[in-house]
Design a protein around this ligand. Structure first.
Ligand code: ADE
Length: 345
């Protein structure tokens, strides 16, 4: 499955962060990178703490694996409260949301991942909860119907989404703070790896080793930490715990992850455009059919990183391979046959 790839930004069951990891930063000072977001949060947090208010509702958007859940825990840590984590698809009926909201204590954080997938019937209940700390519940129906209002403790909603465009206007405008989280530069991924390696007790690290891992992490902390765990195991079993560039290269080769963090699915995707479709332009569905994968999955889990590293051009006529991509996978390259906006302006 495309989503089980070691380089996937999406959460996986086996990621220890899913069970509340000791590696997760608890306070803003421990959170590496995203300097502007941290500054915005730090100002808002100091201001609301000074006034004795709950933190404003925050909407975080951007690719998966960049630390949106972690930030919810950090915000709760800074407020001295707890974070409760759920997701849009998990809240199938209004009662699921009401159950969560009523157990929150003052200034607690409710984190809703994939908030764009919240069913409309549930979303309706969120508006008065966010605005007036109350939920209006209708009991009975027809002429006996009556509205019961339940009061809530003041709380902070952190919504996370990879698709901010899919949020309703009504929901989007109820967040006091909205911020896009982008991929991390390699230097920051290296710092995240250093911190994690220290906490994991990986002591035999040679200098520069973590840079070799950072460059394969696709700018994504979740991927970086997953690769670190694989290399730690490899080093323990095959290299007496030694953790140098050679060991990293061997471990990554075994995992099928190349020097830029591309895996076999990425390379197959690029090869299909290069060989089956002459470098493009080609439609997503044609690529998906050739690979035997779902088009939506390719769009969500393969294309974002290839676009980010400049290996793929998306034009109105279809997807095109870039020269850099052809060189990386060792295939010949020629100019796409039809004029396309991305290449010819
Ligand atoms: N773990 C995951 N993301 C992190 C970040 N941005 N800083 C520190 N540790 C992290």
């Amino acid at each position: 499955m495309a989503k089980d790839r070691i380089v996937a930004g999406q959460k996986q069951e086996a990621d220890p962060e899913q069970t509340g990891s000791a590696l997760r930063p608890r306070m803003l000072v421990d959170y590496i990178g995203q300097a502007r977001l941290k500054e915005r949060l730090s100002i808002a947090l100091q201001a609301v703490r000074g006034r004795g208010e709950p933190m404003e509702h925050v909407l975080l958007h951007g690719p998966p694996g960049l630390g949106k859940t972690t930030l919810a825990h950090v915000i709760a840590g800074e407020m001295g409260t707890h974070a409760f984590v759920t997701s849009g698809p998990a809240l199938t009926k209004a009662g699921d949301l009401v159950g969560l909201l009523t157990k929150l204590e003052a200034r607690d954080v409710l984190f809703i991942d994939e908030i764009h997938r919240l069913p409309p019937a549930v979303e309706e209940y969120i508006y008065p909860a966010m605005e007036d700390c109350q939920i209006d519940f209708t009991v009975d129906s027809g002429m006996h119907a009556k509205t019961v209002t339940i009061g809530l403790q003041p709380f902070t909603l952190i919504g996370a989404t990879t698709r901010p465009g899919m949020l309703t206007h009504a929901l989007r405008t109820r967040f006091g703070l909205s911020h896009h989280i982008s991929f991390y530069p390699e230097s920051e991924i290296e710092l995240i790896l250093q911190r994690a390696a220290g906490l994991m007790g990986v002591i035999k690290i040679k200098s520069d080793s973590l840079a070799a891992l950072a460059s394969r992490s696709r700018g994504t902390p979740r991927v970086a930490l997953r690769l670190l765990r694989r290399v730690r195991d490899f080093a323990a079993v095959r290299a007496d715990g030694q953790f140098g560039p050679g060991v990293i290269a061997d471990a990554m080769e075994l995992e099928g992850v190349d020097s830029l963090g591309l895996d076999e699915l990425d390379r197959s995707y690029l090869r299909v455009i290069a060989t089956t479709y002459g470098g493009g332009p080609v439609g997503l569905e044609a690529i998906a059919a050739t690979l035997g994968e779902d088009g939506g999955t390719l769009e969500d889990v393969v294309e974002p990183y290839l676009l980010q590293v400049g290996f793929l051009a998306r034009t109105r006529q279809g997807r095109c391979l870039t020269q850099a991509a052809a060189e990386h996978v060792g295939l010949p390259w020629r100019e796409p046959q039809q004029p396309s906006e991305a290449l010819f302006g």
